[in-house]
Design a protein around this ligand. Structure first.
Ligand SMILES: Nc1ncnc2c1ncn2[C@@H]1O[C@H](COP(=O)(O)OP(=O)(O)O)[C@@H](O)[C@H]1O
Ligand SMILES: [Mg+2]
Length: 367
């Protein structure tokens, strides 16, 4: 497993670099001149001599790439350049390739819509209200929703974001979906804050800090699934915001705690759904089961929404409820409620008994 990630990252980077070369090959000399001019006008700290010396579009994109101004996780500056120079076709190519299915021309700085809450959302009123009170009444600076995977953190984060938007019209909510690097998160935040691109000679983290520290408008930044990006750098960033960005409040969803303590932080440990809610969720999925069976299944799933949803899908696809109950009982999933690793190990053992088609279907449903 440990060997897989670097290889995957490397392939992803290589593919991205190749894609940039393809884009560069379609940039004309005139467009390149204009882009160089835009860069210099935008940021006087850029090495003018080096930029002026660039005569080939390939060299130019390489320059931007090397300085981290464009990356696989953040192409907004490249998009801005292409749009400013009027090359809508290339801009759309970049957008379509990097964000497949995205609309043709979202403008930077415009608020993006929040992700939709699942139609079957159930329960969690207490947690959602608790988080809103801690943010808006107690004015705490950071909320951490913490639990093993599949417990519903992301959905709670989305529900809080929607409620805040509805209740407080002059509050900004910036929702950032899972990103692997802090620089990409900062790029995304800067993108939402500004309708002009940010400086390109200063690193994105410093720029985000600077912008966020002088914000005039109350802003809640929701960072979903931060576990992969958490570490010293992330902690320093979050701690800095808590101390020096008075208008900003952070809400993060994660499997693991942050590495610093502050009286301005509140943690919400997400518990499993109770038996009644678990049964209600299965019923909402319109499974063909008796009331007794859904209660039994809810209990056996330990109230973990991800497991409930997956069971619901199996049942809807004709899996016999009694066999499912037997399988779950034999694998003792209900005993593993609070331990993510064991839940997944148990799920693994359980899933091994299914055909390959069924496993594929389950994977599609759970991502
Ligand atoms: N309260 C809920 N009601 C209904 N479905 C839920 C609820 N919470 C989570 N789910 C579903 O369970 C699955 C896992 O939820 P998610 O929020 O992604 O968990 P986490 O972020 O903790 O890994 C998703 O398919 C989601 O739609
Ligand atoms: Mg999540």
């Amino acid at each position: 497993m440990a060997d897989v990630t670097p290889l995957r990252t490397c392939t992803k980077e290589a593919k991205f670099n190749y894609f940039l070369v393809q884009i560069a090959d379609e940039i004309t000399k005139d467009e390149l001149l204009e882009m160089r001019f835009l860069c210099l006008n935008l940021d006087r700290n850029l090495p003018r001599g080096r930029l002026d010396a660039i005569e080939e579009p390939r060299e130019f994109v390489k320059f931007l790439r090397r300085r981290g101004i464009i990356s696989p996780g953040n192409v907004s500056f490249l998009l801005w350049l292409l749009e400013r120079t009027g090359n809508k076709r290339l801009a759309n190519m970049v957008r379509e390739r990097v964000i497949p299915g995205s609309p043709p021309s979202p403008e930077p700085g415009k608020p993006r819509s929040l992700p939709c809450l699942t139609t079957n959302f159930i329960g969690r009123e207490t947690e959602v209200e608790e988080i809103i009170t801690k943010l808006r009444t107690d004015r705490l600076r950071m909320i951490i929703i913490i639990s093993p995977p599949g417990m519903g953190k992301t959905q709670v984060g989305i529900s809080v974001s929607h409620s805040l938007k509805i209740r407080e019209t002059d509050l900004s909510v910036i929702y950032v979906e899972r990103l692997d690097k802090l620089t990409d998160i900062c790029g995304e935040i800067l993108d939402r804050l500004s309708n002009r691109p940010w400086s390109i000679s200063e690193d994105l983290i410093s720029q985000a800090k600077r912008k966020l520290s002088v914000l005039q408008e109350d802003t809640v930044i929701v960072l979903d699934n931060t576990e992969d990006v958490q570490g010293r750098e992330f902690d320093d960033f979050a701690k800095w915001l808590v101390q020096f960005a008075p208008k900003v409040q952070l809400l993060i969803t994660t499997h693991q705690d942050v590495g610093f303590i502050s009286a301005d932080i509140h943690k919400v440990q997400l518990r499993p759904l109770d038996v009644n809610l678990s049964a209600e969720l299965l019923q909402k999925l319109k499974v063909d089961c008796s009331e007794k069976q859904v209660k039994h299944l809810g209990k056996l799933c330990g109230g973990v929404p991800l497991l409930l949803i997956n069971c619901g899908c199996l049942l809807k696809n004709g899996f016999n409820p009694e066999i499912l109950i037997k399988e779950l009982r034999d694998n003792s999933i209900q005993l593993l409620k609070f331990n993510a690793k064991e839940i997944y190990d148990a799920l693994g053992r359980f899933v091994k008994k299914f055909s390959e088609d069924m496993v594929g279907y389950l994977v599609v449903l759970s991502v």
